[in-house]
Design a protein around this ligand. Structure first.
Ligand code: ZN
Ligand code: ZN
Length: 301
């Protein structure tokens, strides 16, 4: 078998989706040497090894990438041997042109939800939990390539535990740019227009307090990574009308959030395709037909 050096350039949605860790694991599993790095055009990979293994690497690379990947451009060339000693994730390269597709924000994944509600987990009830399969992307980017220093997470210095995950190729948070925890990441605050800061001792208690305000018929402006959500109880006609008046939006439908798909089915017609859409990683806003036209009349008619 002949030893070769292959250079692969990929474009599309290949950053912020756990692609480099995936390449790292794949290359190591085949015993290939070389590197992977984010460029402003996508991802560049160089691998050196037996030609048969290189072919297998390339096949698997395109066949089983992380779920949020979308490869729209690819090129392969063979170069003179470089004698790489190991496989590495290299520092990003800053090129002149920026032609990259960035993943949209992705809803919290199953594994993160599991940790969020597991009392023994160190991110128990930490609302900004995320990993390479989920969390904010597009809305936190300030420049390319997609690296923490070019995101709004730049000013949050990772604690020891988070940094250990970030640098461990076997961790689900390896190079997860928004990686954070209660100790080192963004915090929750509750501010009242009249009474000032009403935050509690913990983020969870603060969120519970905010939920209480909504239940009592108030409007809460929730500041998230993508801007403000004005939230109110959809079942409370008075507050819905107040929101319409304040937003100066007399007729246009409002979006409703629901805790789970079963709840949605109580109020709306949901076929298989719609259900798939609602539960897909991007959790898009989907237009649905109401089951009973009289309900939520002030939300959407
Ligand atoms: Zn996740
Ligand atoms: Zn941390």
């Amino acid at each position: 078998m002949k030893i070769k050096r292959m250079k692969i350039a990929l474009g599309g949605v290949v950053q912020g989706v756990g692609f480099r860790p995936f390449v790292y694991r794949l290359a190591c599993s085949l015993g290939l040497k070389g590197y992977v790095l984010n460029s402003t055009k996508g991802v560049i990979i160089e691998v050196e090894g037996h030609s048969e293994l290189l072919n297998r690497f390339y096949r698997l690379l395109l066949k089983n990438p992380p779920p949020l990947t979308a490869i729209t451009a690819r090129s392969v060339e063979f170069l003179k041997l470089a004698g790489f000693k190991n496989f590495k994730i290299r520092e990003s390269r800053e090129g002149a042109k920026k032609e990259l597709l960035i993943s949209p924000d992705i809803a919290t994944c199953k594994k993160c939800l599991g940790e969020l509600f597991s009392p023994s987990d160190r991110r128990f009830l930490y609302p900004f939990i995320n990993c390479t399969d989920c969390g904010p992307r597009f809305t936190i980017i300030t420049d390319l390539p997609y690296d923490r220093k070019y995101t709004t997470m730049k000013k949050f210095e990772m604690c020891e535990d988070c940094l250990a995950e970030y640098t461990d190729p076997l961790s689900r948070r390896y190079h997860a740019q928004p990686n954070a925890c209660e100790k080192c990441g963004p915090q929750v605050r509750l501010i009242s227009a009249k009474k000032g800061n009403l935050s509690s001792f913990s983020g969870y208690e603060t969120i519970k307090k905010a939920a209480g305000f909504i239940e009592k018929g108030n409007i809460v402006a929730v500041k998230g990574v993508g801007g403000f959500h004005l939230m109110a109880d959809a079942c409370n006609q008075r507050v819905v009308l107040e929101l319409r008046r304040k937003k100066m939006r007399p007729f246009k439908p409002f979006a409703i959030m629901s805790s789970d798909i079963e709840k949605v089915k109580e109020y709306c017609e949901v076929d298989r395709r719609t259900e798939e859409l609602l539960l897909s990683p991007r959790r898009p806003i989907v237009l649905l037909k109401k089951r009973c036209c009289g309900r939520f009349k002030d939300i959407a008619d």
